[in-house]
Ligand binder design. Sequence first.
Ligand SMILES: Cc1cc2nc3c(=O)[nH]c(=O)nc-3n(C[C@H](O)[C@H](O)[C@H](O)COP(=O)(O)OP(=O)(O)OC[C@H]3O[C@@H](n4cnc5c(N)ncnc54)[C@H](O)[C@@H]3O)c2cc1C
Length: 437
Amino acid sequence: MKMTTKYDVAVVGGGIAGLTAAVYAAKAGKRTVLIEKQERFGGRAITNHKEGVYFNLGGHALYEGGDARATFRELGLRLQGSRPSADGYGIWKDRLSTMPTGAGSLLTTPLLSWKGKLELAGWLAKFGKLDTRRYDGISLRDWIESNVQDPMLRHLFYSLFRTATYAGAPDLMTAGPALRQLKSALQGVLYLDRGWGTLADGLGELAGRLGVERLTRAKAAQVEHAGGAVRRVRCEDGTSLETDDVILAVPPSAAHALVPRAETTSLHAWREQAIEITAACLDVALRRLPAPKQQFVYGVDRTVFLTNQSRAATLSDDGSQVVCLIKYQGRETDAAADLRELEQTLDLVQPGWRGELVAKQYLPKIAVCHDFPHIRRTELPGPAVPEINGLYVAGDWASHGELLVDAATASAKRAVRHLLARGGTERMTYREHSRIV
Ligand SMILES: Cc1cc2nc3c(=O)[nH]c(=O)nc-3n(C[C@H](O)[C@H](O)[C@H](O)COP(=O)(O)OP(=O)(O)OC[C@H]3O[C@@H](n4cnc5c(N)ncnc54)[C@H](O)[C@@H]3O)c2cc1C
C-alpha cells in the first residue's frame, strides 16, 4: 500500500504507552494515528486465550497506588477483577514459612527473632510517612544496609523490593523509586479478569471512539526529519504519514533504529544507559490446587515468586487455577536452569501439580521493563528528544522515577503534555524541555 496522509501526531508502538499517548493526544483534539507492527494492540500487556485459559505474558498485577491505575480511572476504563490477599509464605532454606506482611503474621512468623519483629513493627508504623525523595541518589542496597539492622529482616526487605519492582539489582536500582513502588504495592494490587489484554482492548476501543486512526500490522521503518524537525513516518509497506509530532512508544533500541543519525541525539545516551529487567515466567493452569493454602509465595533466599492469580481474578473458562511463577534474572540467564528452579518451586509449594495440569506457558526470557531508575543514568529519558523538534519518547523505560506500567502511562502523558505545551516550532534545549515536564 502506498499513500500519504497528514496527521498532527503519529504514535509508533501500540503497547500501553502508545495507546495511552494516542488517547490523550486525541482527547486534546489532535488528529492522531497509532502504528503497531503486530496484529493486535497491547505489546507486552497482551493476553493469550489458550485451552480455555487466559495467560498474560507472565504474572501481571496493577498497583493500586500507581500512575496507571489513576490514568485508567481518569479515562473511565471499567476494570474487572479484584484484590488478592497479601497473606503468604516465604521460601527460606527450602522450607515454607509464614511471611510477616501484617500484624497477625508478624507475631506468628518463625522467620524473625523478637528483635527483628520489633524492628519490622517499627517499619510498618513509619513506612507510609517516609520521605522517599531523600533517597533518590543512592542505591537500594545502600539504603537497606544502612537503615535495616536485623540481618534476617534485610533478607525479607530484599525479597519484598524484588517482588514489587521485578528487579533483582539492588546495587543498581535507585532507592527512592523502589521505596515508592513498595509503598504503592502495599496499598494493594488488582488482578484483572481475563487478563491484561482487557486493558489494551479498553484503551484501543477508547482510542477508536476518539477518532484515532489505528493501524496494525504496520511496522514503522523510519522517522524522517529535516532541518531539525520531524517530517513524516515511513512504514515498511511504503505508507508515508506526514506529521509534525511523533511519539516513539517502542523500546529504546527500536527508537534509536528508527531515527536517522540517532547517534547525534539524546536517543543514543538513553539507549546506551538502558538496563533491561528480564524474567523467566512459568504459568500453569491446574484443575485444582494440591495445597490450597499455599497461593502466594515470596522467594527469600531464592530469586523467585509464585502467585495463584485465580484467587482474585477469573482467568479460565472452567475454573482452573492459574498459578504464575517468576524467576528474576540477572545479567546471565539459563533457560533450562530457570525452568528447573521454577518447577522445583512448584514442587515445594504445590506438590503433585503435574497430575492437575491443564495448560502451561513458559517464557524463558522476557523484558519486564526496558530500563528502570538506576544510579548509572545521567539524565532522565524524554519526553522530548531535544535535538529534533516534534520528536518524543514514551514507554516503561522513559521513566522519571516510575516503574513498570506506571512508567509507560506516566511517560505517555508527559509526551502529550509536552507537545501540547510546546505548540510552536522553536527548538528547545534539554533544560528548557525539563521545565515543561
Ligand atoms: C513478565 C512480565 C510481568 C510484568 N508484570 C507487571 C506487573 O505486575 N505490574 C506492572 O505494572 N507491570 C508489569 N509488567 C510490565 C508491563 O507489562 C510493561 O511495563 C508494559 O506493558 C510496557 O508497555 P510499553 O507500551 O512501554 O511497551 P510494549 O508493551 O513493549 O509496547 C511496545 C510496542 O511497540 C511495538 N513496536 C515496536 N517496534 C515497532 C515498529 N517499528 N513499528 C510499529 N510498532 C512497533 C511493539 O510491537 C509493541 O506493541 C510486566 C511485564 C512482563 C513482561
